[in-house]
Design a protein around this ligand. Structure first.
Ligand code: PMP
Length: 391
């Protein structure tokens, strides 16, 4: 099927919820994808921060192929060898004290689960979340996502949330002072959609202290930062802060849909049978993908590449941009002008990049194993694209 046919069929038969990049991708390998007409693109978007090992990483492909022929699915009403070993592989990579897991299917579901567990364990119900944070589109996750564009049509059913500016621990303190029913503080440790924004280490440490003082759970939404993208399995390891709950998705299955909530030992002890459930969470295909993804990261020491990628890229492009934000393979380039025309130029020259809520930011989410010469190609192409639009 050629490009034009695929576009017209999708537009005809899907509801129009997405603004799509006008390309039709048929194949992927490593940091590259090919469209239906055979044109190659360097993919620095990763299907929205998903392909941390590149496209079709061979061990994941083999593990999934093998599992499909063995047993496609059985729910959590039984035990499974591949779920057992995937859970152990995950526990071995997660920070000590956070080694209990609930498997689900997406980032939104992971956040909903974390919020439910926080409410149940604290016996409280209110949540403090951050302005410009993003946690998902389902009603529970949307309740803690501040963007009015997503929220306003559903305002009547969303749980009340206190939104405070990201990076402002005094505002969180004031949020706690205002009420005694705060169950959780939830945040993306790096606000990705907002434009790849982080805060000083002291901020995260103060949040930990405030949650301890007020008996609230600290939830890190690591749907984007997790699984080694920033150089450690959880960014909390770099911040020296232990959250009570960490949510993961996106990279965890290298593209096979899967989410997970990492639960502290203390909080896990409060969970009872029936507190949460999902049919497909922990399914065999997803578990095979998780196990192969984690073993690849570990055996190939890919987390060490995060800093190498960041340093190589930033050394090349620092003179071209106003600022560079982020860590490892989660990078925001702040330009002096709007990013959209430059992303279009990059696409025309064969490079896929991501947007952000901040219109001047290009987001890059390359795989950990991206070749350095691909980053050089990006730097050269960025320079040409900036020249082409006169930026
Ligand atoms: N949290 C963050 C930080 C995200 O970036 C996203 C998705 N962009 C989500 C949660 C929701 O994940 P999903 O789309 O898998 O439900």
């Amino acid at each position: 099927m050629q490009t034009v046919d695929a576009i017209s069929l999708e537009d005809q038969f899907q509801i129009p919820t997405y603004t799509k990049i006008p390309i039709v991708l048929a194949r992927g390998e490593g940091a590259y994808v090919w469209d239906a007409d055979g044109r190659q693109f360097l993919d620095l978007y990763g299907g929205h921060c998903v392909t941390l090992l590149g496209h079709c990483p061979p061990r994941v492909v083999d593990a999934v192929r093998e599992q499909v022929g063995r047993l496609i699915f059985y729910s959590n009403s039984v035990y499974s060898p591949v779920r057992a070993t995937a859970a152990r592989a995950l526990a071995e990579m997660t920070p000590v004290g956070l080694r209990h897991t609930f498997f689900c299917n997406s980032g939104s579901e992971a956040n909903e689960t974390a919020l439910k567990l926080a409410r149940k364990s604290t016996g409280k119900s209110h949540v403090i979340a951050m302005q410009n944070g993003f946690h998902g589109r389902t009603l529970g996750s949307l309740a803690v996502t501040s963007n009015e564009r997503y929220r306003s049509p559903y305002a009547d059913v969303l749980a009340e949330t206190t939104f405070v500016p990201f990076g402002d621990s005094a505002a969180v303190e004031a949020g706690f002072a205002d009420r005694s029913d705060v169950a959780a503080v939830i945040l993306e440790p790096i606000q990705s959609m907002a434009g790849v924004i982080d805060a000083p280490i002291e901020y995260y440490r103060t949040l930990r202290k405030l949650c301890d003082r007020h008996g609230a759970a600290l939830i890190f939404d690591e749907v984007q930062t997790g699984v080694g993208r920033t150089g450690t399995f959880s960014i909390s390891e770099q911040l020296g802060v232990k959250p009570d709950l960490i949510t993961l998705a996106k990279s965890l299955g290298s593209g096979i849909p899967v989410g997970a909530v990492l639960v502290s030992d203390v909080l896990a002890a409060t969970v009872a049978s029936g507190d949460q459930g999902t049919t497909f969470g922990g399914g065999m295909i997803a578990m095979a993908a998780v196990e192969a993804t984690l073993h690849t990261i570990k055996d190939e020491q890919l987390m060490d590449r995060a800093g190498v990628v960041f340093d190589h890229l930033t050394a090349r492009i620092r003179p071209l941009v106003r600022s560079i934000r982020g860590r490892g393979c989660l990078i925001g380039l702040e330009l002096d002008s709007h990013a959209a025309p430059i992303r279009t130029e990059l696409l025309q020259r064969g490079i896929i990049t991501g947007s952000a809520d901040d219109p001047n930011v290009i987001r890059l989410m390359p795989p950990l194993n991206i070749p350095l010469d691909a980053l050089d190609d990006f730097a050269t192409t960025l320079e040409m694209s900036l020249d082409a639009v006169g930026a």
